[in-house]
Design a protein. Structure first.
Length: 112
């Protein structure tokens, strides 16, 4: 399996380092943030892209190294946002964010 599969994944993937600096964006992420600079956002700080409460949440995440998962709806499109800390040999290295569009009738299964 090649690393390039990230670029074609039907999810926006953005990765930042431990200081909040964007180090990677896949094609869908670049397109999603096109109005904000797209690929030129690589090298910038996530904190500068988020005002108010969302900035406070990001600051807390970078300090606590804890995940943040939630859903949003914008322009009648529902998404799940998954922000997970990334570790390298046990040392905090940053966050990966995946933004995935949810189907209108999302199935939910309970398994034993």
């Amino acid at each position: 399996m090649k690393k390039e599969w990230f670029d074609e994944l039907e999810a926006a993937i953005t990765v930042c380092d431990k200081d909040g600096i964007i180090v990677y964006m896949n094609d869908k992420s670049v397109k999603s943030f096109e109005k904000d600079g797209g690929k030129d956002l690589i090298g910038s700080n996530l904190l500068d892209c988020h005002p108010g409460e969302s900035r406070n949440i990001l600051e807390k995440m970078l300090k606590s190294q804890k995940e943040n998962i939630y859903t949003i709806e914008k322009n009648k499109v529902r998404k799940i946002i998954i922000q997970k800390p990334v570790f390298c040999k046990g040392i905090f290295d940053g966050f990966i964010e995946m933004s995935i569009v949810l189907p209108e009738n999302l199935a939910h299964h309970k398994r034993a």
